[in-house]
Design a protein around this ligand. Structure first.
Ligand code: SAM
Length: 336
C-alpha cells in the first residue's frame, strides 16, 4: 500500500477537468480577469484516464471530477464513460454548480455516473446572483431535479456558509433538502486561493451550524463516511435524512486525509492549500512508461507531509495567522 510520511494511504483522487468556470463565486475566485490555462496544456480524456488507472493501481478507490466547472468541459460524458469502466474503481462522482446539469445529465447518467454533488449556497435568487456573480438559481434547481429524475443518488448539496451573507440560509437549505430527499453538506468558509479576502470573522464554525440545525431538527452524529470523508455527518432523529458539515478550519481532518488532486493541466497536488504542483503531464508527454509514471507518483506521495489545516488552526488559536502569508494554487485551477 502506498502511504505518505504520516502513514496516510492514497484513496481518493480529485481531478479538475478544466479551470474555466461560468460562475465567479465571491468566496472562491471572484476575479473577472484571470490567467486561464492554455487549451493545449489541458489534459486530454485519454491522459486523464491513464493517470486515473495508475492511481487506482496504487490504492485509489474513489474519483471525483471537479474544476473550475466540470460541465463546461466539452463532452464530459465521454470521460465519464472511460473512467466508469476502470477496474477497481468503487465510486465515481462529480461536483458541479449545476447550471448546465439539466442539459447534460442524461448523457452523464448514460455514461455511468451514479451520483452528483451540486453547490448551492442559498435559495434566494437575488442573493444567489450576488454570491455567484453570474449564476441563475432557477437553472441550478432545474439541474438538481433533472439529476433526481435521471436516477442519480444520493444527490448531495454543497453550501459554503459565510457570516453575514448566507448564514440565514442554513435552515431553508435544510428544509429544502429534507422535503426533496437531498443531503446538504455545509462547508466552513475556507481561505482557499488568494482572491477571496478570507478572514476568520467571515467563518461560521461547524459548532454553530450544527446548533442552528439541531435546535429546529434534532440530530444524532454518525461520523465520517469510511472514517476519512471530509464531512462529519449527522442524521435527523425523525428519520428524514441526513446532513453534514465539512469543518476544515475548526476541526481539521489532515490526519485522515487520503486525497490526491490533479489540476486541469496535469499537476499532481497533495493538499488543497498547496502552493506546488508536480508535473505529471510533462512525464506523460515525454513518453514515460506506466512504470516510470507510477514511480513518480509513489515518490511524491511517500514524501507527502502536508497538514495545512491543522497548522492553520494552531496559528489561528495563537492569533498568529495571516492567510495572505502563504500563496496557494487558486481553487478554480486546483479543483475543489
Ligand atoms: N464548479 C464546481 C462547483 O461549484 O461545485 C466545482 C468546483 S468548486 C471550486 C468545488 C467546491 O468548492 C464547491 O462546493 C464550492 O462551494 C467549494 N468552495 C469554493 N470556495 C470555497 C471556500 N472559500 N470555502 C469553502 N468551500 C469553497
Amino acid at each position: 500500500m502506498l502511504a505518505d510520511a504520516f502513514n496516510r494511504p492514497v484513496k481518493d483522487l480529485r481531478i479538475s477537468v478544466t479551470d474555466r468556470c461560468n460562475f465567479r463565486c465571491t468566496y472562491c475566485m471572484p476575479l473577472d480577469e484571470y490567467e486561464w490555462i492554455n487549451k493545449k496544456e489541458i489534459l486530454t480524456f485519454e491522459e486523464i484516464t491513464r493517470i486515473a488507472k495508475l492511481f487506482i493501481e496504487r490504492g485509489v478507490e474513489k474519483i471525483r471530477l471537479t474544476g473550475g466547472e466540470p460541465l463546461v468541459r466539452q463532452d464530459l460524458h465521454l470521460l465519464i464513460a472511460k473512467l466508469a469502466n476502470l477496474e477497481g474503481l468503487k465510486d465515481l462522482c462529480l461536483t458541479t454548480n449545476g447550471a448546465l446539469l439539466a442539459n447534460q445529465v442524461g448523457a452523464l447518467a448514460g455514461a455511468g455516473l451514479k451520483r452528483v454533488n451540486v453547490s448551492i449556497d442559498t435559495l434566494d435568487g437575488d442573493k444567489f446572483k450576488r454570491m455567484t456573480k453570474r449564476g441563475d438559481l432557477d437553472k441550478v434547481l432545474e439541474g438538481i431535479f433533472a439529476a433526481q429524475a435521471a436516477g442519480l443518488a444520493p444527490i448531495k448539496l454543497n453550501a459554503v456558509v459565510e457570516r453575514g451573507v448566507n448564514d440565514d440560509d442554513i435552515l431553508p437549505l435544510v428544509e429544502f433538502s429534507r422535503a426533496n430527499g437531498f443531503a446538504t453538506r455545509f462547508i466552513e468558509y475556507m481561505d482557499v486561493g488568494n482572491s477571496n479576502n478570507w478572514t476568520s470573522a467571515k467563518l461560521v464554525a461547524k459548532k454553530q451550524i450544527i446548533e442552528t440545525i439541531h435546535s429546529r431538527y434534532p440530530l444524532r452524529e454518525v461520523g465520517r463516511d469510511q472514517g476519512s470523508a471530509p464531512s462529519v455527518d449527522f442524521e435527523f432523529i425523525d428519520g428524514q435524512g441526513d446532513v453534514g458539515v465539512i469543518a476544515s478550519v475548526t476541526e481539521p481532518f489532515c490526519s485522515s486525509c487520503t486525497r490526491a488532486r490533479i489540476t486541469a493541466d496535469g499537476k499532481f497536488v497533495t493538499c488543497l492549500f498547496s502552493d506546488v504542483g508536480h508535473d505529471l503531464k510533462a512525464k506523460l508527454r515525454s513518453g514515460a512508461s506506466d512504470e516510470e509514471i507510477a514511480d513518480f507518483i509513489a515518490k511524491i506521495w511517500s514524501a507527502r507531509a502536508d497538514r495545512y489545516s491543522a497548522d492553520r488552526l494552531a496559528a489561528l488559536n495563537s492569533s498568529n495567522y495571516d492567510p495572505k502569508s502563504h500563496k496557494k494554487i487558486e481553487m478554480i485551477s486546483l479543483g475543489g
